[in-house]
Design a protein around this ligand. Structure first.
Ligand code: SME
Length: 161
């Protein structure tokens, strides 16, 4: 397994998403352990984009429970429908929040987070399995480019769950 990551040093995230997706694909193809794979996906996203916080919350015991992540300490359990993660879980759709202070019910795990994107992950039966959550310390940091790029990465994860 390749343990180094190669990507262009460019501010054009579309290019970087296109470069890292096949590397994530081969990274997870060689490993069957889910948490090991999710952990490496967060490491790749953190390294490629320098995001403030990148992590997964997975559906367990009727809540979203913190799984692999990179970044500061985070809240461990989120109720369905609560916060941006719970909203993405309930609506089954990607949520982009340009200003977390303007999102009703946003859960502030860190006061440094300014904007956020959450992408739902579906299992083979079409149920939401969990979410991929990315936080930025800059306002308005996420666009449709991130939604498309992260959804492509989530598709890879959906292939291994
Ligand atoms: N802000 C999220 C909670 C998780 S942290 O950002 C790591 C939310 O409102 O769901």
């Amino acid at each position: 397994m390749a343990e180094s990551l190669a990507f262009s040093k460019t501010a054009d995230r579309k290019i970087v998403y296109a470069e890292i997706a096949p590397q994530i694909e081969s990274l997870v193809a060689g490993e069957t352990d889910l948490v090991a794979n999710l952990a490496n996906v967060t490491a790749v996203l953190k390294e490629a984009f320098g995001f403030f916080w990148v992590g997964f919350y997975l559906k367990k015991e009727g809540q979203l429970v913190l799984s692999a992540f990179q970044g500061p300490l985070a809240c461990t359990r989120i109720d369905f429908g609560r916060g941006v993660c719970g909203h993405a879980y309930q609506t089954r759709a990607t949520v982009i929040v340009p200003d977390v202070d303007a999102f009703p019910g946003h859960i502030a795990c860190s006061s440094s987070a300014r904007s956020e994107i959450v992408v739902p992950i579906f299992d083979r039966t079409g149920e939401v399995f969990g979410v991929l959550d990315v936080d930025s310390d800059r306002p308005g940091d996420f666009s449709e480019t991130d939604a498309a790029g992260l959804e492509k990465i989530v598709k890879i994860i959906e292939g291994i769950i």
